[in-house]
Design a protein around this ligand. Structure first.
Ligand SMILES: *[C@@H]1O[C@H](CO)[C@@H](O)[C@H](O)[C@H]1NC(C)=O
Length: 205
C-alpha cells in the first residue's frame, strides 16, 4: 500500500507528525458545530464549442469589448450542462452534471459570476444536489465560491468550493478541478454506507 511504503521511507518523526495531522483532519468534520463536513473532488468539463458542446452562450453583451478578455463583452452569459467526472480525463467515470450559468460581470477584470447546481448522478451521493454561487476571477490560480445549500444528503449545506483550472484539453474544452467542502447539519439524511463511499470515490475525508 502506498501509505505503508511511504512510512517506511520517511524519518520516524516526520511520519508521526503527518499521522497527527491526518488524525486532526479526521476529527475536524465531527467538530464542525455539530455538523458533518463532506469533502468531494471532481473535474468539470466546460466545452464551449465543437463536438460534445456543453456550454452555450445565450446572451451576447452589447459592448464595449472587454479590456482583458479578447472577444468578450460585459454581460456575456453562458448556460452550462457540464459533465463532472471522477478524474481529469473526460472519459473517466461520470459523477454528475453542473447545470447553471456564468456571466461576465466585471467591466475591467476577467471575472465571471457563477450560479449553478451540482447534480450528482453517480457515486455515493447519487440523487443529491449542491447549490454553488460566487465570483470566479479566471486570472487567479485558486478561486473560492460559496456552497449556499443543497438537497438530499446536502440539505441545508453551507461551505465553500475551491476552484482551479486543471488543464485545457483544447481551445474549446477547459477542465476545472473542484474541491467542495460542505457542512451539513447533524439532522440531515445519514451518510451513505462506508463501502458505498469507497466505491463512489467521492468522499475524501
Ligand atoms: C442513480 O440513481 C438513479 C435513481 O435512483 C438510478 O436509476 C441510477 O442507476 C443511479 N446511478 C448510479 C450510477 O448508481
Amino acid at each position: 500500500m502506498a501509505f505503508v511504503s511511504m512510512a517506511a521511507s520517511m524519518p520516524r518523526v516526520v511520519f508521526i507528525a503527518s499521522l497527527v495531522a491526518v488524525l486532526a483532519m479526521a476529527a475536524g468534520p465531527a467538530a464542525a458545530h455539530g455538523g458533518r463536513v463532506i469533502h468531494l473532488r471532481f473535474y468539470m468539463h466546460d466545452i464551449t464549442g465543437g463536438p460534445g458542446q456543453t456550454a452555450v452562450q445565450v446572451v451576447k453583451g452589447p459592448g464595449p469589448a472587454h479590456p482583458v478578455m479578447p472577444g468578450s463583452h460585459f454581460g456575456d452569459t453562458t448556460v452550462i450542462d457540464d459533465a463532472l467526472t471522477e478524474g481529469a480525463s473526460a472519459t473517466s467515470r461520470l459523477l454528475g452534471r453542473a447545470q447553471g450559468t456564468y456571466t461576465l460581470a466585471s467591466l475591467r477584470e476577467p471575472v465571471l459570476s457563477v450560479s449553478m447546481t451540482v447534480a450528482l448522478t453517480g457515486g455515493a451521493y447519487n440523487g443529491s444536489t449542491i447549490a454553488v454561487v460566487g465570483r470566479d476571477d479566471v486570472s487567479a490560480s485558486v478561486r473560492e465560491l460559496a456552497v449556499v445549500g443543497g438537497t438530499g444528503a446536502f440539505r441545508r449545506a453551507t461551505g465553500h468550493v475551491l476552484w482551479r483550472t486543471a488543464r485545457m484539453e483544447s481551445r474549446d474544452h477547459m477542465v476545472l478541478e473542484l474541491d467542495v467542502y460542505a457542512t451539513v447539519p447533524s439532522g440531515s439524511p445519514p451518510p451513505p454506507r462506508a463501502d458505498a463511499v469507497r466505491k463512489g470515490g467521492l468522499n475524501l475525508d
